[in-house]
Design a binder for this molecule. Structure first.
Ligand SMILES: [Zn+2]
Length: 262
């Protein structure tokens, strides 16, 4: 963890280059466009906070836009993030982010004490393994409760559900074609670790083993969901949270999650 020192690798001032580098770097997070990633992350975090997905400073979203990746800070009040708090990184890093690894930055917030999201290497899993353009991490109670109802067998666990209308909002691998009503959705569940970053390898292994899965659930923790755009990631997060909630209710009511015979 100690190796993550933003000030050690700011590369933006060099590459922006028109003689006013500091101001150019700040322009990376200043826009009147509400759909600019720096504005969107703030708005979406407020929305997700109200849904109970990112309370207690946990959870968040990262957006990859062109060659840039926009990240919220770690451990902050998610409903109060300002565009000036957003980190901007080049997608092409010197080395793919790993737990505790050195990262390249284009723009670092001037506000003291901010550190990039602890989810950074997990977001990168979605960007590199699925070519995702956005990744959402929630601590939704529906996701957590669902993982508690699916204990591991032989060291593996997954959630499966079929015959639900909201499955049609889910894409193959999170970025492909949408599923049909007759498809069965399956999402792997990995075990939690003491530090968020240490989930990186387990998430990557689950993504490799379940190439069609649009998300990875983390037991007693939450879920990572991605999409080919921020809209796809948000839509799928909403559909999945709905499915997690109804699956928990169905299990508690003694109804099968697959088969459509209930
Ligand atoms: Zn988390």
């Amino acid at each position: 963890m100690a190796a993550t020192r933003p000030e050690a690798s700011l590369v933006g001032a060099v590459s922006m280059g028109n003689g006013n580098a500091v101001e150019d770097v700040e322009q990376l997070v200043r826009s009147d466009d509400p759909e600019h990633p720096a504005n969107l992350i703030c708005e979406l975090c407020r929305d997700f906070y109200k849904l109970g997905w990112v309370t207690g400073t946990g959870g968040g979203i990262s957006i990859r836009h062109g060659d840039h990746v926009y990240l919220a800070p770690s451990g902050v009040q998610k409903e109060r993030i300002h565009p000036s708090h957003i980190f901007v990184l080049p997608f092409a890093q010197t080395a793919v982010p790993k737990p505790g690894s050195q990262r390249d930055f284009l723009r670092i917030p001037t506000k003291k004490g901010l550190k990039e999201s602890a989810c950074t290497p997990l977001f990168w899993n979605a960007f590199t393994m699925r070519d995702a353009k956005a990744c959402i991490h929630t601590h939704s109670q529906h996701a957590v409760m669902l993982t508690l109802l699916h204990p591991a067998k032989d060291g593996q666990a997954s959630f499966r559900i079929s015959h639900q209308e909201m499955i049609k909002g889910i894409r193959i691998g999170g970025v492909g074609k949408t599923l049909s009503y007759h498809d069965t959705l399956e999402i792997p569940i990995i075990e939690n670790t003491a530090d968020e970053e240490d989930l990186t390898e387990g998430m990557a292994e689950a993504m490799a083993k379940y190439p069609d899965a649009p998300a990875v659930l983390v037991r007693r923790h939450g879920v990572y969901i991605w999409g080919g755009s921020w809209e796809q990631a948000k839509t799928q997060a909403e559909c999945l949270d709905y499915l997690f909630e109804i699956a928990v209710k169905m299990r508690l009511a003694g109804l099968p999650l697959e088969g459509g015979d209930a």
